[in-house]
Design a protein around this ligand. Structure first.
Ligand code: PHE
Length: 287
């Protein structure tokens, strides 16, 4: 045993020495070479947009409310007044996961709206007789089981907004969102509201901003309409208020949801949403 150990030790020393000799001969530092530049990290363009949206709404008195990515069918759909056979609930459109029950499966949230219920329930539980007013935005990642194209990704962010109180009107919705557009795009941007439909708001509206490329003339960016759709919104449906612990006879509210990827694409005229997740430095470095 001792002989073997001695031989091994000797061999190890020889190999080690050979390694050192080789390294000394092969590797050397040319101190005259210029230094290598380190790539400087920066915030992802979508993060920058999210932060700007948060900053604008913070100025208007909205607080950030964080809500979970993994949801139940109950919160993602049922409590938001989705009828049982709504197409968004199909297996093909949502990422269902293990867990939950047959009537209440677990899934990745398809929008940030389930956070409305979590927030209203938390607020109203503090004082069920006189629930406090709510003025929040809910930023976060959403997931949809869809074909990935230049315009749609399976994973994307949303910023939801919710205001609930005793005298909130559709005028407040219009004023708040038009003001947001002016602060985000430019002080003279025109906006318009088009009737729309969402199960959790009534009435519902989509907001367009005047195309900032052609200023309403019609161009390829706005598909010749002169307008760009930027968000969905509406007055919170009475059933949703009730599900959140707010009496719809006494309280009203408005809600909206916008997509930071889309806003970023419009702002910088990025043509393909897939760039955001490709991690290509040549793209990311531009922002
Ligand atoms: N959740 C909706 C969507 O994902 C957007 C929305 C939010 C609409 C709030 C109205 C009110 O398309």
């Amino acid at each position: 045993k001792q002989a073997l150990e001695a031989a091994l030790e000797q061999k190890q020393a020889v190999i080690q020495q050979a390694g050192i000799t080789q390294a000394l001969e092969g590797e050397w530092v040319d101190v005259t070479l210029p230094g290598r530049k380190r790539a400087v990290g920066r915030l992802h363009p979508v993060t920058q947009t999210m932060r700007e949206i948060q900053r604008i709404f913070a100025e208007m008195g909205f607080q950030v409310y964080r809500s979970r990515d993994v949801e139940t069918d109950e919160y993602n759909f049922q409590l938001l007044n989705f009828p049982p056979n709504h197409p968004a609930r199909e297996m093909q459109d949502s990422f269902y996961m293990k867990g939950g029950s047959e009537d209440n499966p677990t899934l990745l949230r398809t929008h940030t709206s389930p956070g409305q219920i979590h927030a209203m329930r938390e607020y109203s539980s503090k004082d069920p007789e006189n629930p406090p007013t709510v003025r929040i935005i809910l930023p976060g990642m959403c997931y949809r089981f869809e074909q990935i194209t230049a315009r749609s990704e399976i994973q994307f962010t949303q910023v939801e907004g919710l205001a609930v109180g005793e005298h909130i009107t559709f005028g407040d919705l219009k004023g708040t969102l038009s003001d947001f557009a002016r602060r985000f795009f430019s002080p003279d941007v025109r906006t318009r509201f088009r009737a729309s439909h969402f199960p959790f708001t009534e009435p519902s509206a989509e907001m367009d901003v005047e195309c900032f490329v052609c200023h309403g003339e019609g161009c390829p960016v706005c598909k010749r309409t002169g307008w760009l759709e930027i968000l969905g919104s509406g007055m919170v449906h009475p059933n949703v208020l009730r599900n959140g612990g707010y009496d719809p006879e006494r309280y009203s509210g408005f809600a909206f949801g916008m997509g930071p990827e889309r806003l970023t694409m419009l702002r910088y005229r990025i043509e393909d949403i897939r760039y955001f997740w490709r991690n290509d430095m040549r793209f990311l470095e531009q922002f």
